[in-house]
Ligand binder design. Structure first.
Ligand code: FES
Length: 183
């Protein structure tokens, strides 16, 4: 059996139990971390307070707007320039302009205008509408709605008012406020 060989000298009891004193640099680092944590905490608290004071509010787009001049719209086209901002298509036919509201009358999805197929098609359950807004396929029970449309007396622009809606099934599309005559 080999002898156990030890080298060097055993540390003294005092040295083994003495904890090393923190250096000045270590202390400053620790202080910086503590300050950062404190600042982050205060920031989070302020954010929460601000969210409490100013809760999320859905800002609806205004229900009425000016949409340019009748000459800005091509006859025979469904114009989508206001779809995203105001949820309205403006359609110009040979003799009139009208505004269709871009909300499917089945369950409220937003249909797409399919130029090649000359129809609006709802991606949710497949309802289809002619460019007039009248439904012809899918589960929707009724046509799209039209918004009030007129010529603004001050500058001749088209004025759309979505607060006034016109329903085909109630015979309201013949109301003079539901279209602008162009001929
Ligand atoms: S919501 Fe458009 S078809 Fe159902």
């Amino acid at each position: 059996m080999a002898d156990t060989v030890t080298t060097g000298t055993a540390p003294s009891v005092a040295a083994a139990t003495e904890a090393p004193l923190p250096s000045r640099r270590g202390f400053l680092s620790w202080l910086a971390v503590a300050w950062l944590a404190f600042a982050a905490g205060v920031g989070a608290l302020l954010t929460l307070t601000a969210r409490f004071l100013f809760p999320n509010v859905l800002f609806e787009p205004p229900s009425s707007f000016k949409a340019g001049y009748p000459s800005d719209y091509q006859a025979g086209e469904v114009d989508e320039r206001w779809k995203e901002k105001y949820q309205v298509w403006i359609v110009r036919n040979a003799d009139m302009v009208y505004a269709l509201i871009t909300v499917c009358t089945h369950l409220g999805c937003i249909p797409n205008w399919l130029q090649a197929q000359n129809k609006f098609k709802c991606p949710c359950h497949g309802s289809g509408y002619y460019r007039s807004g009248i439904n012809f396929e899918g589960p929707t029970p009724r046509p799209l709605e039209r918004a009030a449309i007129s010529i603004s007396p001050d500058d001749g622009q088209i004025f759309i008012d979505k607060a006034r809606k016109f329903l085909y099934e109630k015979g309201q599309w013949t109301d003079p406020a539901a279209f602008i005559k162009t001929t």
